[in-house]
Ligand binder design. Structure first.
Ligand code: PBG
Length: 338
């Protein structure tokens, strides 16, 4: 005979199972919490623009600026003070051309900024570089174009290889290729190894979707494609989760030391699936549009900004991401230390 729930002991009342017992006090909730946010897991993206005399606000990302070489150092110190695990640097050159020459120019803005940052905070945090061509090309695409205007995968790999070596020479502590060319991790790994940077890790933007959530970033990095869009190389949001897993597994096989899913919030199923499929660290990028939406609603007083930020970060960590790239990294790290 099976006992009726709650009837096993005299005096027990239905229901026997009461999940609310462990939610009753802040101390109980803290004791049983499984997802904890730690500043060390947060990575702050920073934009540095060549030729700026003062930081320039980005209209679609209130609170985020294009930095000068000086102001990015100050921002980096503040972020490190707050305990962030890393910084990822994006460079915006003064002049763009078809081949994205600024990407591998030893005197290019990203290389100069990385030298500064590594010298200042390179022991206290991890200084990473985004590796792509879109910030550097006049057409705004992530690679070299064919005469027909398609992005030429294999010709682009040579540019990425050269940019990776330039970033490593400047001191970048993690190279993060974001262009979604097939074979990019293998090409960059070979180039780094050949140039004496066998110990420089690659964080691959592996599962990166063709997303409207990157809209504000294109203001920040001044890299909106001048024609067409990125759907022929970034992933289709309507594919099954397995497409993201496939990309991550390919990158790991090519030598990626860590993989990334991007954007975060609309792709948490992919974060979860990738985290289960790989045995390397998994990052998720809470991108510019995710930031802008929360800031806009908070500015209207429609949502509680701080609670929403911490809840989104918790959700991304709960989905399986170990690291989160977020424009709130320094501020959130400060809250967590309170
Ligand atoms: C490509 C790159 C992009 C972002 C990071 N790296 C833009 C794109 O793929 O179109 C977007 C980040 C964001 O939206 O916050 N260099």
């Amino acid at each position: 005979m099976t006992a009726r729930p709650g009837a096993a002991f005299p005096g027990a009342r239905f229901p026997a199972s009461r999940p609310r017992r462990l939610r009753r006090t802040p101390a109980l909730r803290r004791l049983v919490a499984e997802v904890r946010l730690d500043p060390a897991d947060l990575v702050l993206p920073v934009f540095v623009k060549e030729g700026l005399s003062a930081p320039a606000p980005i209209a679609s990302m209130p609170g985020v600026v294009q930095h000068t070489r000086d102001s990015v150092r100050k921002a980096a110190h503040e972020a490190v003070e707050a305990g962030v695990g890393g910084l990822i640097v994006f460079g915006i050159p003064a002049v763009k051309d078809a081949r994205g020459s600024g990407a591998d120019d030893p005197g290019g803005i990203v290389q100069l900024a990385v030298q500064d940052l590594v010298a200042e905070v390179g022991d206290a945090t991890v200084v990473m570089t985004d590796l792509c061509l879109d910030e550097y090309t006049d057409h705004g695409h992530c690679g070299l174009l064919t005469a027909e205007g398609d992005v030429d995968n294999d010709a682009t790999l040579e540019r990425y290889a050269s940019a990776a070596v330039a970033q490593a020479r400047a001191g970048s502590q993690v190279i993060a290729p974001s262009g979604m060319m097939d074979g990019q991790v293998a090409a960059i790994r070979a180039a780094l190894d050949g140039a004496g940077f066998a110990t420089t890790p690659i964080l691959a933007y592996s599962a990166k979707y063709a997303s409207a959530f990157y809209g504000p970033f294109r203001d920040a990095a001044e890299c909106a494609p001048q024609f067409g869009d990125r759907s022929a190389y970034q992933q289709d949001p309507a594919r099954a989760t397995a497409d993201g897993v496939r990309e991550a597994l390919l990158d790991v096989a090519e030598g990626a030391d860590a993989v990334m899913v991007k954007p975060a919030m609309a792709y948490l199923d992919v974060v979860r699936a990738v985290a289960e499929a790989v045995d390397v660290p998994v990052a998720a990028y809470q991108v510019s549009g995710e930031y802008a939406m929360v800031e806009a609603a908070a500015a209207q007083g429609w949502i509680d900004r701080r609670r929403i930020v911490l809840e989104t970060l918790t959700g991304i960590r709960r989905a399986g991401a170990g690291m989160v790239l977020t424009y709130w990294a320094a501020e959130a790290a400060g809250w967590l230390a309170e």
